[in-house]
Ligand binder design. Structure first.
Ligand SMILES: [Zn+2]
Length: 215
């Protein structure tokens, strides 16, 4: 029983991580946006709204393009053998995503660290991996875990740490209306989970100011 549960979970994860053949039907989206405007009591025929359904459909397609991206394709040719085994950190990666509960944006910064195991990934690929998962309908917790697990498995890294700090418009504009609340999530895998000093080093390095600042 337990085994089956694990297998099912893994299958779903692979589907989530590798993207899928999900396609966007712009025509359907456009007519749904027109319906939505009507439901809101608006007049889709008025001047300012004439092109809105088309714009919204295109914007939604852009903001969810991560579904069409494939991580293996992205990393193809970007993994390099190396003897270096010290921590690699890429911090302050800006991201924009959309919460799957309200279809409203959440946005902020991602900090990524990993301990290489004989190979590293080109540094520019890490923000691309972040975008691949951010440009989907998400919850912040899952976004964090997907980035961490992808790096861990694709790099066979000895450890991975991911911290995501974000503001959610669904909290800021509605609901609790807390404008300054930042949600922080983290995922620590391998050595980042088992070795407190590794985790502490990572957390200390991402807390430091910009390059050149004294800390
Ligand atoms: Zn929300």
């Amino acid at each position: 029983m337990a085994k089956q549960g694990v297998r099912r979970r893994r299958q779903r994860k692979i589907e989530d991580v590798d993207g899928s053949d999900r396609t966007v039907d712009l025509d359907v989206l456009q007519s749904l946006v027109t319906e939505m405007l009507l439901s809101l009591g608006e007049k889709p025929g008025r001047n300012g709204l004439l092109k809105t359904p088309e714009r919204v459909a295109k914007a939604l397609a852009f903001m969810t393009q991560g579904y069409q991206r494939n991580i293996d394709h992205l990393l193809n040719g970007a993994l390099f053998p190396i003897e270096y085994d010290e921590m690699v950190i890429v911090k302050d990666i800006d991201f924009f995503s959309m919460c799957e509960h309200h279809l409203l944006p959440f946005f902020g910064k991602v900090h990524v660290g990993y301990l290489p195991n004989k190979k590293v990934v080109g540094l520019s690929k890490i923000p691309r991996i972040v975008d691949t998962f951010a440009r989907r309908l998400q919850v912040q917790e899952r976004l964090t875990v997907q980035i961490a697990e992808t790096l861990k498995s694709k790099l066979n890294a000895n450890g991975v740490g991911v911290v995501v700090e974000a503001r959610h418009l669904c909290m800021m504009m509605r609901g609790v209306e807390k404008q300054n609340t930042v949600a922080v999530t983290s995922s620590m895998l391998g050595a980042f989970r088992s070795q407190p000093q590794t985790r502490l080093e990572f957390l200390k390095l991402i807390r430091r100011g910009s390059v050149g600042d004294s800390d």
